[in-house]
Design a protein around this ligand. Structure first.
Ligand code: ADP
Length: 269
């Protein structure tokens, strides 16, 4: 005898009336909870066996020079690479299910975004070694927000690392963090390959990729933007994407004035 879960919608009905529509979503929300639990459990259970496999494979793949057979050498190297990939997929799935289940209150802690950006910038530069982009960070040191530190960090870094990843070598990437009309706003702009209009609506779905064949080769889980979407919805925000094929993309979002903190304000409190 579970309580019913109802979803309400209010709409204007003529000049003076309001129509209230209630929908029973008990079943839908039970199924959704089961799906979330299932994904969380499966990824958790897969972790240990994968760690074991990974450890041994890495050990063997490290000793391939001494293996006489070319085929065996290749096989071990490939098995080791794929098992690392599988492990990172499972980790990302766990991150996603934790965020979906997260009930941490966003107003409780202030997140020092400028400090986070410094860490992310040096990680991005490491990633950038092979790509040789020009990466610029324009960060207002006075702008901070209320939120969940780990979640915001993964949103920022996913978007920035994607720009590094999907822009052909020697590109230009610009990251902005500033105040706009009382709202903290993040954006990352690249001059990479861009994304066709028809993909934009589905881009934040789990495992959605623009170029399936190629992303399988380049790694990545297809979960990055799904994670970003959930983090942002937890922070009452929404991802905005503008993109043009061949020109580049811009991913941005803003925080409501209630979540935005400016340092000078902070000093006065
Ligand atoms: P992943 O990068 O692991 O494939 P994401 O969810 O982070 O998964 O991204 C989904 C897809 O969106 C990518 O596979 C890629 O096709 C596209 N994409 C994301 N960021 C960019 C970007 N900056 N430029 C072009 N395409 C992008």
């Amino acid at each position: 005898n579970m309580e019913k879960i109802l979803e309400y919608r209010m709409m204007p009905y003529g000049e003076q009336h309001i129509l209230l529509v209630a929908r029973d979503i008990t079943r839908i929300s039970q199924l959704e909870d089961m799906r979330k639990d299932f994904v969380a459990n499966v990824s958790h259970e897969l972790r240990t066996p994968l760690t074991v496999l990974n450890g041994y494979l890495e050990m063997f793949a490290g000793g391939t020079q001494s293996m006489p057979d070319e085929f065996v050498r290749k096989a071990f190297t490939e098995m080791s690479e794929q098992s690392v990939r599988m492990q990172s997929l499972v980790e990302q799935l766990l991150v996603l299910s934790r965020i979906e289940a997260s009930s941490e209150r966003i107003y409780e802690k202030m997140v020092d975004v400028p400090a986070q950006m410094q860490t992310i910038e040096s990680e991005a530069q490491t990633l950038n070694k092979e790509k040789g982009h020009q990466i610029e960070f324009h960060i207002d040191p006075n702008v901070k927000v209320f939120g969940v530190e780990t979640e915001l960090r993964s949103a920022f870094s996913n978007l920035i690392f994607n720009a590094v990843h999907y822009t052909p070598n020697g590109g230009h990437i610009r990251v902005d963090w500033r105040l706009e009309q009382g709202q903290a706003r993040f954006s990352v702009t690249d001059n990479g390959e861009g994304i066709a209009e028809r993909h934009l609506a589905r881009l934040t779905e789990r495992f959605y990729r623009v170029d399936k064949a190629r992303s399988r080769k380049t790694g990545g889980s297809g979960l990055g933007l799904a994670i970003v979407k959930h983090v942002l919805s937890h922070h009452n925000s929404k991802l905005e994407i503008s993109s043009e094929v061949g020109k580049g993309s811009c991913f941005s979002f803003r925080f409501s004035p209630e979540l935005t903190v400016v340092s000078s304000e902070e000093a006065q409190r």
